[in-house]
Write a protein of this length. Structure first.
Length: 164
């Protein structure tokens, strides 16, 4: 009974997350493996952490757990970016744009335009690479979201400020 309930919860969560789009085959494999575990992860982040050996963790916490306390700390946000990229490499999941956007915002605030450019370009390039390598799959596309677009929109202004 617990496994059936767990499967329903995971299915509902993923359906909402991907809005009818298909999750990667790797994720489907992890869900299957998680169903075979004695101590099943209770959240999606715990599932990802389990199957990627903690690639999505910063100081032992999932990146989203650091948002309230550290959203204005550029160094922690950069660590979150690194964790998102590691998770991408191990799990074939597109990195969340929020952390890259925060680094860009904080970098501009600090007048570190080179860093802002770097993180914007890094995110854009990694996301484009992800979708070019997964184009045969019907995956949810973060490029259609407002945060990805905001990152793209920042880049020309950051380059202009850096050139001055």
């Amino acid at each position: 009974m617990a496994t059936i309930l767990y499967n329903q919860i995971v299915h509902t969560f993923l359906s909402n997350l991907f809005k009818g789009k298909q999750a990667s085959p790797e994720l489907a494999k992890w869900i299957e493996e998680a169903n075979e575990m004695d101590n099943k992860p209770s959240t999606f982040g715990e599932l990802v952490s389990e199957v990627t050996d903690g690639a999505n963790l910063v100081n032992g916490k999932q990146t989203w757990e650091l948002l309230d306390e550290f959203k204005n700390d550029v160094e922690v946000m950069k660590q979150c970016c690194d964790a998102e990229l590691k998770t991408m490499g191990k799990a074939n999941l597109v990195p969340a744009p929020y952390y890259f956007h925060r680094v860009a915002i904080l970098s501009r605030k600090n007048k570190d335009y080179q860093q802002e450019i770097h993180y914007c370009e890094l995110y854009i390039n990694k996301v484009e690479l992800f979708y070019s390598e997964n184009k045969q799959k019907d995956l949810a596309d973060v490029r259609e979201g407002p945060t990805f677009k905001a990152i793209c929109d920042r880049l020309p202004k950051a380059k202009s400020l850096y050139a001055k």
